[in-house]
Design a protein around this ligand. Sequence first.
Ligand SMILES: [Zn+2]
Length: 234
Amino acid sequence: MPDDWQSALVVAAHPDDIEYGLAAAVAAWTAAGKEVHYLLATRGEAGMAGLPPEEAGPLREEEERRSAAVVGVTEVEFLDHRDGVLVAGPELRRDLAGAIRRHRPEMVVTGYFGATWSPPGLSPAYVNSADHRALGQSVLDSVADAGNEWIFPELTEARWPGVQYIAVSEMLDPPHEVEVGDQVEKAVASLCEHRRYLELISDEPVDMQARQIVDMSTLTEDDRRRVGFRLYWG
Ligand SMILES: [Zn+2]
């Protein structure tokens, strides 16, 4: 994984997406003195069964801000898109491009957005969420939009052509890896901040759920914990 960058913007669809593995890499970066900001397209307000969106949204925003603080991230911005119905296209790209211009990162990081979570060929497979698929494609496209003053002339922020890399998290044979060995505990603690959300999706204690999820989402070959990425030029 290249190291010739100082600031990153991690972009996700929902509160908790970053904490499913990526936060271990974030912890490693902030520990090394890099500056990392978070950008959330939605507040995940449609993600809690039995809890109406007007209550779930603020609760999940608060949980995300606490999760971020655990791994050294204090700047967390929410775009006001509706949870569950993100659409890849000009509207989302414009909002993402505006945010990239505000945060001015050298690297933009986002989650895996392939069609399924399962290895190729496996059937039946687990479908990746519509929001993740829409967001990922739009993040790739919005980096170019952020650097071009003519695509969205209505944006008031100065163009930002300074993104060098786009990093998309990848579990299967990733071409780049970040060693996260001593950051795994911080990643678990970060996910634990989504307490109300995790309490709702399983009866298992929150810290056990968090540990299992982080174990599953960090590669462990040779006993070395890593988070994998595929990179694109900005
Ligand atoms: Zn999500």
